[in-house]
Design a protein around this ligand. Structure first.
Ligand code: NDP
Ligand code: GDR
Length: 385
């Protein structure tokens, strides 16, 4: 008998990778997606199955974490062995704009799932994974951050996720449910949302290399993050639910890097050396050199002369715009993954270089398509702020 998984947030970065992973393991995967006025299934279109096909093993349901009855009905219909609660309004900066909604979806949404499982009498059958986050650590109390480091959330998103974390622990203790938190540090990929910092950088850097964009505007260049690859992190989610006992685990690489350094690494993947000058809001980034062989191989010969010209003109490619600053910032995250490595046997396959390489290769390819369209006389939307 195949195991049945229910994934909330199936259309997101992690939902897409996890669906693919569980399908390969022979699971029947159900996903909850939101109704939107445009298609929002880009990340899962390659595994989509026509509803007219018999014996489907990938099934989508319309739903929303703010709708208790909807969530309860889906769980009743699906009778899942495992629930992965990945749905959330996951953008920290945006959470300052929509704090009540985030409390409802990210915080109470978790309760709705746990309570539905309890009311439906599924506490012994259904195991629950809660997508907790390194944002819980917020204002630095100690580094590296482990399962025992105190929390100090610094955004409406993190406060909502703190509720999600503790209500998961509470249901585990009160009702003996197999409910666990994965405290995942930042994880990225070629399908990362476009407004998170890594993807914003790899997209912009690709477009700059292809001569399609002059410059990118960034927020706090000094904050530091422990970045891993989403493909590695979804394996940890699966492992957490395969343990005999529920528990909470930090998933991280143990290495931290600043935004400034990430920009340099992204430039390097296109053969560009980026140098930063000035400080604070006046800090600027410039391409100061090009590795011609690498640039030609990764970006293309026809874009080289224009890039050399930009270097000669000392043109600015990175600027700071305070509108990207957050009212309260999380300055430094470094995770201690000792527990997940020893208890789950989890090991990441990607390092930061491999991650940046994967993202840059993908974005250069994506924007080359736009460059060709533009050269062919078609209008290409400039969907950058
Ligand atoms: P994404 O933002 O890529 O995906 C979020 C998913 O949640 C999307 O499918 C989105 O739907 C869905 N969603 C949003 N609001 C609702 C709602 N009210 N009801 C139902 N679905 C909703 O996030 P990631 O894949 O990166 O992250 C997955 C989870 O892990 C999130 O909970 C996030 O907070 C958490 N997390 C992420 C980390 C990371 O570095 N990526 C680190 C730690 C935790 P739609 O596509 O329609 O917008
Ligand atoms: P984060 O990710 O807030 O850590 O949350 P994000 O990539 O948005 O920001 C990381 C750091 O980069 C700084 N920064 C910028 N951020 C964005 N988005 N855009 C910019 O232009 C910019 N310039 C600098 C930020 O200030 C911040 O310090 C992510 C999300 O996936 C959460 O859902 C998840 O819980 C945590 O990671 C772990």
């Amino acid at each position: 008998m195949s195991k049945v998984a229910l994934i909330t947030g199936v259309t997101g970065q992690d939902g897409a990778y996890l669906s693919e992973y569980l399908l390969k393991k022979g699971y029947i995967v159900h996903g909850i997606k939101r109704r939107s006025s445009l298609f929002n299934t880009d990340r899962i279109d390659h595994i989509y199955q026509d509803p007219h096909v018999e014996n489907r093993n990938f099934i989508l349901h319309y739903g929303d974490l703010t709708d208790s009855m909807n969530i309860t009905r889906i769980i009743q219909e699906v009778q899942p062995d495992e629930i992965y609660n990945l749905a959330a309004m996951s953008h920290v900066h945006v959470s300052f704009e929509t704090p009540e909604y985030v409390g409802n979806a990210d915080g109470l949404g978790t309760l709705r799932i746990l309570e539905a499982v309890r009311l439906l009498g599924l506490t012994e059958k259904t195991r629950i994974y809660q997508a907790s986050t390194s944002e819980l650590y917020g204002l630095v109390q100690a580094v590296p951050q482990s399962e025992t480091t105190p929390f100090y959330p610094r955004s409406p998103y993190a406060v909502a996720k703190l509720y999600g974390y503790w209500i998961t622990v509470n249901y585990r203790e009160a009702y003996k449910m197999h409910a666990s938190n994965g405290i995942l540090f930042n994880h990225e990929s070629p399908i990362r949302g476009e407004t998170f910092v890594t993807r914003k950088v790899t997209r912009a850097m690709s477009r700059i290399a292809l001569g399609m964009q002059d410059k990118m505007f960034m927020g706090n260049l000094s904050s530091q993050r422990d970045w891993g690859h989403a493909k590695d992190y979804i394996r940890a989610m699966y492992l957490i639910l395969q343990q005999d006992e529920p528990s909470d685990y930090v998933i991280a690489t143990g290495i931290t890097t600043s935004i400034r350094e990430f920009i340099k690494l992204a430039g390097n993947e296109a053969g560009l050396t980026i140098d930063f000058r000035g400080e604070g809001v006046n800090e600027t980034g410039h391409v100061v050199a090009v590795d011609e062989t690498k640039f030609v191989e990764r970006v293309g010969e026809k874009y080289l002369e224009a890039m050399k010209q930009r270097i000669a003109n000392q043109e600015q490619v990175v600027g700071v715009d305070p509108k990207y600053f957050r009212p309260t910032e999380v300055d430094l995250l470094i995770g201690d993954p000792t527990k997940s490595k020893t208890k789950l046997g989890w090991e990441p396959k990607y390092d930061l270089k491999g991650l940046v390489e994967d993202m840059m290769q993908s974005d250069i390819k994506l924007f080359k398509k736009d460059a060709y369209l533009k050269e062919g006389g078609y209008q290409v939307m400039n969907y950058f702020e």
